[in-house]
Design a protein around this ligand. Structure first.
Ligand SMILES: [Zn+2]
Length: 244
């Protein structure tokens, strides 16, 4: 059992871009950190590879996609994020490859962040909980695209579209990693994180028979408190931080 303490996340940055596969990926913890950051006057934007259209068994993708897009925009607004973009990859079958790297590199060039956030790119959530292929693909492609964004020769078509290289990404922080290194105090953002998760109401109601409030609060409290054991006892959101 490790008791290594997590380090505080860097604070010398102004703009962050979070890139994930699905609506709700950022609301299972990360949004508590986002709320604290936007409170401090930092700009945060979201990019989602899909609209999560394959995420609800009882709802056809054509209806599910637009609904989940609306839920995601409402959810982001709760934590002070008003720029939410969708890359239109296909939910469930996102392919890691140059098309995905190019789309994410383009988003990084548009937003010019110093900090990029993504979700667990590793095979598992720790031990035997297998990760999904979409998360692995988007997480890996985001780590790669942070470098691609700075090289004008890797995707020259982006320069032709007016997207100049951006070599200013200093860190990529991976949420949900089983080997975190850093953390953010979740206390100031926790209530809004609960509300932001609750905006995914259709998804949550299809997922669990529990009362949505009880479910959202229970999940986020339990997770941030568990992380807090490695962050001086304060509820926290953990990240695995990669420097560039
Ligand atoms: Zn997901």
């Amino acid at each position: 059992m490790t008791t290594t303490q997590l380090q505080p996340m860097p604070t010398d940055w102004r703009r962050a871009l979070a890139v994930v596969a699905h609506p709700d990926d950022l609301e299972y913890g990360c949004s508590a950190a986002v709320a604290a950051w936007t409170d401090q006057g930092r700009e945060v934007a979201y990019v989602l590879a899909t609209r999560g259209e394959a995420g609800i068994d009882t709802l056809e993708p054509e209806k599910c996609g637009p609904l989940r897009e609306r839920e995601q925009r409402a959810s982001a607004a709760v934590v002070g994020v008003f720029e939410v973009e969708f890359l239109d990859h296909k939910d469930g079958v996102i392919e890691y490859g140059t098309a995905l790297r190019r789309d994410i590199a383009a988003a990084i060039r548009r937003h010019r962040p110093e900090l990029v956030i993504t979700l667990n790119h590793r095979d598992t959530w720790g031990q035997v909980a297998w990760n999904t292929p979409d998360h692995v693909a988007v997480g890996r492609a985001t780590l790669d695209a942070a470098g691609d964004a700075g090289n004008r020769w890797i995707f020259p078509e982006l320069v032709e579209q007016g997207l100049q290289p951006w070599d200013g990404v200093r860190w990529v922080a991976v949420a949900g990693s089983s080997t975190p290194t850093h953390a953010v105090d979740a206390t100031p953002g926790l209530e809004r994180a609960v509300r932001s998760l609750l905006e995914h109401r259709t998804y949550i109601e299809a997922l669990t028979d529990q009362d949505p409030q009880t479910y959202a609060r229970g999940f986020l409290t339990q997770n941030t408190e568990a992380t807090g054991e490695r962050f001086g006892g304060r509820p926290a959101v953990a990240f695995e931080l990669f420097s560039r």
